[in-house]
Design a protein around this ligand. Sequence first.
Ligand code: FAD
Ligand code: NAI
Length: 464
Amino acid sequence: MADFDFDVLVIGAGPGGYVAAIRAAQLGMKVACAESRTTLGGTCLNVGCIPSKALLHASELYAEAQSGALAKLGVKIESMSLDLDTMHGQRKDAVTQLTGGIEYLFKKNKVEWLKGLASFTGKDSVQVGDRTVRVKNIVIATGSSVTPLPGVTVDQKVVVDSTGALELPKVPEHLVVIGGGVIGLELGSVWKRLGAKVTVVEFLDQILPGMDGEVRKEANKIFKKQGMELRLSTKVTGVTVSGDKATLTVEPSAGGAAETIAADAVLVAIGRRANTDGLSLDKAGLTLNQRGQIEIDHDFATAVPGIWAIGDVVPGPMLAHKAEDEGIAVAENIAGLTGIVNHDVIPSVVYTAPEIAGVGLTEEQAKAAGEIKVGKFPMLANSRAKTNHEPDGFVKVIADAKTDKVLGVWMIASVAGSMIAQAAQAMEFGATSEDIAYTCHAHPTHAEAFKEAAMAVTGKPIHI
Ligand code: FAD
Ligand code: NAI
C-alpha cells in the first residue's frame, strides 16, 4: 500500500458509487469517493428517484381527495386546496434527509469524500479539485444526464428537463411532454394530478419502449382514461419560447404535415446519456463505445487493469437498483471475492397509478426465443384490488412451454412495484409457474393475482 493513497477510489456518489464505496470499506479496504455535487446520493437521491417519488406520492393523495374518491369511501373533506410550496418542501426534506444519511454512512464506514470533479491523470492517478491521489483500484460510477433534443433549449423555466419539472413553481395550464418513457409518464402524472392538461408527444407508435407489448397497450388505455393526451408516432421538430409560453412544432414521425401545439411548460424527456466528459479517460487509456458508454466485462472490469465501471455509465438499463447491485459486486470483485449481478433478472417499475412493472423477458422476446405458455389474471378479479376500488391492470406470467420455468413477469396494479420483487426472487431461484401457483399467498392481497396468473399458465385459476 506504501505508494498508494487508497485501495479504492470511486468516482461518483450515486447509488452505484456510494454503495461500492461502502461495501469496499466494509471489506476492509481504504476507500475514497469523489463527488462534485454538494450532496451525496447522485441523480437518484438528488434529482431522480427520491424527489420524483415524493411528488408522485403527494400528488396521488391530492388527486384522490380532489376527485371525490375519498368521499365515496365515507371520508368527507369539507374544503381542500393545493399548497404547492408545502408539497415542494416535503420533497426537499426527503432529499435532505436521505443525502445526509449517505454522508453519515460514509463517516460510519470511514469512506473519505473527496469533494470536486475527478479526472484521470494516469492509469492509477486521479485529480480531484487540487489534490491528486494514487490508487490501486478506480471505480467509475459517474452516472448519466439528460439527453438534449437538438434545436430545443432547456431554460428550466418554460422548457424544462426532469430536474426543472420537479421544481415548477406553479401548476402549468398545459404541459407538453416530449417522450412517452418513464420520466414523461411519471412527471406528466404528477402535474396532471395537480391540475395541468398534459399532452405526451412520443416518436414511436407506443409509449414505454422496452416493456411488454400488452402492458404498453394497456398502460396507454389507462393514461388516456386518466385524461392524458398521447400523441404517438409524432416528432417535435422545434420549440419556440415567447415570454412564459412555448409553441411546439410537431409532425408525424414518418413525415407529413406539420402543426403547432401551444404550451405553458415543455418537459424534454427523451432519454439519458452516460457522463464521461471531463474524466480525461484518454489519460487512463480508456475509450468509449459508439453510445458513449464505458464497456466492461462480466466482472465490471474495463479494458484497463485496475479500472472498473458500474451503473448508468456502462451499457444496460439505467436503474438505481441495478447500479447498487453492481456497486456491491464490483467491491467484492476488487476484494478477490465473486461479485455477480444477474442482468437477466433486473425488475423495472413505472411509479404511476396504477404502477407498471416487469422483470425478465417480454412476451415478444420470449416467443422469439422459443415455445412459451402465458397465464394472465386481471386485477378486477382480485378481491383486495376490487375492495380498494383499484380495478385496472393485470398480472402476466410467461413460462417456457417445456420446462415451465418462468421467463418473465409483467404487471399493472396499484402496488406492482412491490409485487414485482416476489417475481424477481422466484426467477432468481429458477422457479416454475407451478412453484408459484403452489406457494401459499396471504389473503386478501394484491399478490394473489400473481399466484392466479401462475395458475393460469396451466389454465387453472380459481377466480376467473
Ligand atoms: P448517478 O446517480 O447519476 O450518480 C453519478 C454521480 O457522479 C453524480 O452525483 C455526479 O455528480 C457524479 N459525477 C459525475 N462525474 C463526476 C466526476 N468527474 N467527478 C466527480 N463526480 C462526478 N431509477 C430507479 O431505479 N428508480 C426510479 O424511481 C428512478 N427514478 C428516476 C427519476 C428521474 C427523474 C431520473 C432522472 C432518474 C431516475 N432513475 C430511477 C434513474 C436513476 O436515478 C439512475 O439509474 C441512478 O441514479 C444511476 O446511478 P449511478 O450511480 O450510476 O449514477
Ligand atoms: P426513456 O428512454 O424511458 O424514454 C424516452 C422516450 O422518448 C422514448 O419513448 C423515446 O421513443 C422517446 N423519444 C426519443 N426521442 C424523441 C423525440 N425526438 N420526440 C419524441 N419522443 C422521443 O427515457 P426517459 O423517460 O428520459 O428516462 C431516462 C431513464 O431514466 C430511463 O431509461 C430510466 O431507466 C430512468 N428512469 C427510471 C425511472 C424508474 O425506474 N421508475 C423513473 C425515471 C427515469
